[in-house]
Ligand binder design. Structure first.
Ligand code: 13P
Length: 345
């Protein structure tokens, strides 16, 4: 393992003004996204969509430091025969790869899941390195049960521990392969739970995660954390202000994340596009922390472009314009320089 090289990649991934494009939707998830615009999800349509994003020069060169790819995508070629990995490198952005194999029910813990994909991971990482990946992603999913379920409420300690241990074992394997691990323990924002409950659970999850990373010998200087923000469940009747989300998120991070972690890149998790930008911006406006804090958004970077594209070549420019806009807004937010007025300027 070359920790200096890993650190240099991690630092570049969180360059102020830039962030990560999560374009690693599994075949099932991208089908759901395409269903929303009534487009059939074929291999070539998925390629067209992602090629269009990676060819959006301004967004890619100015605001996308890295792109998370899916197994199919890292092997694909653009319509002119250039590999998509080469396209991303040519934009001075770093190709990365999702390596988890999704979630499955966790035996012994009804209603909770464990992320799988550790078997054979050492060999897969070696292949992905050859294919050009310099960072990877693994997502653990933590679900908060409805408030009325006080007896069997989730997450359980067992599910948190099992998921974080898997994240730590994945991260150690990545570093052995000279690949920067993004560790993503996502506390889901669906449901009725309050912002206080999300705060409490996120704190427990992140505390446990850094214990597991330590125990598995993961070097934090070569690791990127991809957490959720501290928000209320989407169905909670009381929603916190932008300031409250930012203040609570910073508090949890300061209470749990060592300063040797070079960067934190949030997932958007189903937040509305502009709200995800406003939250990131407020976190950076408040500031006073040691890490670079930015975005690793999927939906919040792609949604408006997807609706502009609608699967039709003639909408290529409109889709690139929409992607450029969201990338620029989030780039500003990663420096605390966004303003709502810029959204319609
Ligand atoms: P969202 O920003 O859409 O949550 O996706 C980010 C991601 O990579 C989830 O694993």
């Amino acid at each position: 393992m070359d920790i200096e090289a890993l650190n240099a990649i991690a630092v570049k991934m969180v360059t102020p003004g830039q962030g990560i494009l999560a374009a690693d939707e599994s075949t099932g998830t991208i089908k759901k996204r395409f269903d929303s615009i009534n487009v059939e999800s074929t291999e070539s349509k998925r390629r067209d969509w992602r090629e269009m994003l990676f060819r959006t020069d301004k967004a890619m060169q100015d605001h996308i430091s890295g792109v998370i790819l899916y197994d199919e995508t890292i092997r694909q070629r653009a319509a002119d025969g250039t590999s998509l990995v080469d396209l991303i490198n040519a934009q001075d952005s770093i190709p990365g790869i999702k390596v988890d194999a999704g979630t499955t029910p966790l035996a012994g813990r009804p209603g909770e899941t464990i992320t799988q994909g550790l078997d054979g991971l050492r060999e897969r990482l070696a292949e992905y390195y050859e294919l050009g990946a310099r960072f990877a992603k693994w997502r653990a999913v933590i679900e908060i049960s409805p408030p009325e379920q006080m007896v069997k409420r989730t997450p359980s300690r067992g599910a948190i521990k099992a998921n974080n241990q898997a994240l730590a074992r994945y991260a150690a394997l990545c570093q052995e392969a000279n690949i920067v691990p993004i560790v993503e323990p996502e506390v889901l924002m669906g449901g009725h739970h309050s912002v206080e409950r999300c705060h409490e659970v996120t704190e427990i999850v992140l505390n446990s995660l850094f214990t597991e990373l330590y125990e598995q010998g993961v070097k934090l200087e070569g690791t990127i954390l991809k957490p959720n923000m501290v928000v209320a469940g989407k169905k909670c009747p009381t929603q916190p202000s932008i300031e409250e989300v930012a203040t609570r998120t910073i508090k949890v991070l300061k209470d749990t994340v060592p300063s040797s972690v070079p960067g934190i890149a949030f997932l958007s998790g189903g937040q509305d596009n502009e709200v995800a930008t406003a939250h990131l911006d407020m976190i950076n406006k408040i500031g006073n922390f040691t890490w670079n804090i930015t975005y690793s958004y999927g939906r919040a970077l792609q949604q408006s472009a997807l609706f502009a594209w609608k699967g039709d070549e003639k909408n290529y420019d409109a889709a690139q314009k929409a992607f450029n806009h969201r990338a620029r807004m989030n780039g500003l937010a990663s420096k605390g320089e966004w303003d709502a007025k810029l959204e319609n300027a």
